[in-house]
Design a protein around this ligand. Structure first.
Ligand code: 1HN
Length: 351
């Protein structure tokens, strides 16, 4: 065996000697710090609704919504070592509220979105306005607004929670507090925000009531679906995305929340999509229909055969290809607005 190169010995000694001073050499980690392309530890993952729902129902036996504060099962990315995160920047969970229950009012700087998955008749309240929940509705809880949930439904109501928790943690910028009241007083009629901002008009005298967040509180599914259906009939179908629309903040034209973009897409029956990848990892909630997501990264591949109310995650820079024999509707969200604000968003569409 050759003796170690003198330079190697000297470098090892250098590393040992400076370590107590919290110093270490960049040259040993440079490639990992600035990878040639995104090298996320996140893995694609798929939660089948039929497998998840029984655990939500067991959670309802185990704990009340009030005791839990939020009765949520976290969708954990299996590549993130047990962190409460579905991507490096995003949290996702499925929340259950039973008839008569209340999830008490609180607020936090983390922004939240709700995407209703099952059941009708629960409500959420933000800033004195309530909105009722129906499957497919997309509802916003802006940063630092008090919010509580309640239910007068006949049965369970379940929704997807999407929050920017890991991103706010990354910046160490999170605050939270409980409200003095369990449920907040209703001070504005249901539908006020929709009347003011949801008809391609805006109040003449207004400021943005929630700062950088959309003033629309709930984007109802019937309107979203109607738009997608018309476009499927009357407009060209995108070869990668089918018919895909993004939700907007009507005051800016940008994403509804500063940290999260949301999308709804319809894949026509018989759709065989081309592959694409983007830097923003995305979480999907299947609204209607069935299909297949084929995901590839560095020679590894995943095949998710999804059905209604399933959830799955496509991490950053993984190539995804959708197909659907009978057609389907998919909701998704990602941290794209942050990529765009930083000028680092990248998308590649394969031919
Ligand atoms: C939260 O406040 C809600 O308000 C849902 O429904 C999920 C996950 C972590 C921290 C706070 C909600 C949450 C959450």
């Amino acid at each position: 065996m050759n003796a170690p190169h003198p330079a190697a010995l000297e470098r090892e000694q250098l590393n040992r000697d400076m370590a107590p001073l919290n110093l270490s050499p960049l040259w040993e980690v440079l490639h990992a710090l600035v990878p040639r392309e995104p090298a996320t530890p996140c893995l694609p993952a798929h939660w089948k609704y039929g497998e998840v729902r029984p655990f939500l129902m067991r959670a309802a036996e185990a704990i009340t919504a009030e005791e839990a504060v939020r009765r949520v099962l976290i969708l954990k990315n299996p590549g993130l070592g047990g962190q409460a995160a579905i991507t490096q920047s995003l949290f996702a969970g499925l929340q259950l509220i039973m008839p008569g229950e209340v999830a008490p009012s609180h607020r936090h700087t983390q922004s939240a979105l709700r995407f209703i998955v099952e059941g009708t008749g629960a409500h959420t309240a933000v800033d004195g306005e309530r909105t009722s929940m129906k499957p497919g509705d997309f509802i916003i809880t802006p940063s630092w607004t008090f919010h509580d949930h309640g239910s007068q439904a006949q049965g369970p109501v379940i929704w997807l929670d999407g929050l920017d928790i890991p991103m706010i943690r990354f910046f160490d910028a999170g605050f939270s507090e409980n409200d003095v009241n369990k449920s907040q007083a209703v001070t504005r009629a249901e539908g006020s925000s929709m009347a003011r901002y949801g008809h391609n008009m805006a109040p003449v005298q207004h400021d943005a009531p929630f700062g950088k967040t959309s003033p629309i509180f709930s984007y109802p599914y019937d309107r979203t679906r109607e738009a997608l259906e018309r476009l499927e009939r009357d407009a060209p179908i995108d070869e990668w995305d089918g018919v895909k629309l993004r939700y907007v903040n009507p005051l800016t034209g940008g994403a509804p929340m500063p940290t999260m973009a949301t999308f709804m897409q319809k894949l026509p029956a018989g759709f065989e999509g081309k592959g694409s990848r983007q830097t923003d990892g995305a979480v999907y909630s299947v609204v209607e229909g069935e299909g297949v997501a084929l995901i590839e990264r560095n020679g590894q591949s995943w095949r998710f055969e999804f059905g209604p109310r399933d959830h799955f995650v496509i991490p950053s820079w993984h190539t995804a290809r959708f197909s659907s024999k009978r057609g389907c509707v998919l909701f998704s969200f990602s941290d794209r607005p942050v990529h765009q604000a930083l000028g680092i968003h990248k998308e590649e569409r394969l031919s």
